[in-house]
Design a protein around this ligand. Structure first.
Ligand SMILES: Cc1ncc(COP(=O)(O)O)c(C=O)c1O
Length: 377
């Protein structure tokens, strides 16, 4: 099945008892046993398995072309489960030189205390990635495009480096979504998502996902998902599943609108530079064109008037809602330095203070352009 069909049907059949065409919300914690150990279809307790979460997990595996999908309470819960499944205290991870601030915080403030070492590296420079590898490196962690600087890393090349080092390549695919980029097909071992973003698509749920092409690793991750307990609840799983059904059409419109906005901002005198992998002046454009079908709905730009002007633009926007998060149908604007990436302040992952990030929604693009025009002044 092609991707546009898989988002609707992948891993999903009509409910076996009633024929309901979408998976019902199984709001249940425990299941009647037909005699001790007589489980019906394997269901025992909803931390271990729940039919609504199972439907989402099957859909996630299908979208990323993986062997196993797992759904979590948030993107960070998925990341934590993955890291504590694959790594042990004393191990080492190569992380991106720019990444979502919360991912950085997980390494720097939580897992470092547990004994997990990490090295931030600008992953556009493959030589630097190779240099950062140690004997104890278990994971090369990649985010592409990155949040919020839209840097691009070469997934195929990083997969080769990780393989040579006996490490796993993890790709956070939140910004692109599987509609535009499928890292497992390019050699990655595990894909991470904040399903809060494009997969959910409506800013009404927080969730996370892991998908792997390795069935045995999938089994270990599933064991830890149950043992650590940060699972997606049934209602949240259902919301993400509902969002996924329109992922393909939404992403088309996000990309169309983002391209128009990039064209507008590129010409604006109050904009010093536009960061978007679709621009042929973007240093990662060729790699992005090779591994993504389009360039996504996330656009960042640097204000010519510096930090003060960047904040002023964010405060003046009306239709672009001033808010954290991204990937919903509505357009959002934010100042990463003081909002989503505040936890990286003072670190190697600090973001420029004149940066503005847009999550371009699927509204009529002329309305979005008019709002930017008044906000830029
Ligand atoms: C690229 C990326 N990865 C991971 C996360 C963490 O996901 P969550 O907020 O669902 O825990 C985010 C959240 O913004 C993100 O942007």
């Amino acid at each position: 099945m092609e991707f546009e069909t898989r988002v609707i049907h992948g891993g999903q059949e009509a409910d076996s008892r009633t024929g309901a065409v979408v998976p019902p919300i199984y709001a249940v914690s425990t299941y009647k046993q037909d005699g001790v150990g007589g489980l019906r279809e394997g269901y025992e307790y909803s931390r271990s398995a729940n039919p609504t979460r199972d439907a989402l997990q099957a859909s996630l595996a299908s979208l990323e072309n993986g062997a196993r999908g797992l759904a979590f309470a948030s993107g960070l819960a998925a990341e934590d489960t993955l890291l504590r499944t694959v790594c042990r205290p004393g191990d080492h991870v190569v992380i991106p030189g720019d990444a979502y601030g919360g991912t950085y915080r997980l390494f720097a403030r939580v897992l470092e205390r547990w004994g997990l070492d990490y090295t931030p590296v600008a992953q556009q420079d493959l030589g630097e990635v190779r240099k950062a590898i140690r004997e104890t490196t278990r994971i090369v962690w990649c985010e592409t495009p990155t949040n919020p600087l839209l840097n691009v890393a070469d997934i195929t090349a990083l997969a080769g480096i990780a393989r040579d080092a006996g490490a796993h390549l993890v790709v956070d695919n939140t910004f692109a979504s599987p509609a535009l980029q499928r890292p497992l097909e390019l050699g990655a071992d595990i894909v991470v998502h904040s399903t809060t973003k494009y997969l959910g698509g409506h800013s009404d749920v927080v969730g996370g996902a892991l998908v792997t092409s390795d069935a045995e690793l999938g089994e270990q991750l599933a064991y830890h998902q149950n043992a650590m307990g940060s699972v997606a609840g049934p209602f949240d799983a259902w919301l993400v599943l509902r969002g996924i059904k329109t992922l393909a059409v939404r992403m088309d419109r996000h990309c169309d609108n983002a391209e128009r906005i990039v064209g507008y901002l590129s010409e604006h005198k109050k904009v010093a530079s536009v960061l978007y992998p679709g621009l042929d002046t973007h240093p990662g454009h060729e790699i992005a064109a090779k591994q993504m079908s389009r360039f996504g709905g996330m656009v960042s730009f640097r204000a010519a008037g510096g930090a003060e002007q960047a904040i002023e633009i964010c405060n003046r926007a009306k239709l672009f809602v001033l808010a954290e998060s991204l990937g919903g149908v509505e357009s959002l604007i934010e100042h990463p330095g003081q909002m989503t990436h505040l936890s990286a302040a003072g670190s190697a992952l600090e973001v420029p203070a004149d940066l503005v990030r847009l999550s371009v929604g699927i509204e009529t693009v002329d309305d979005l352009l008019a709002d930017l025009e008044q906000a830029l002044g």
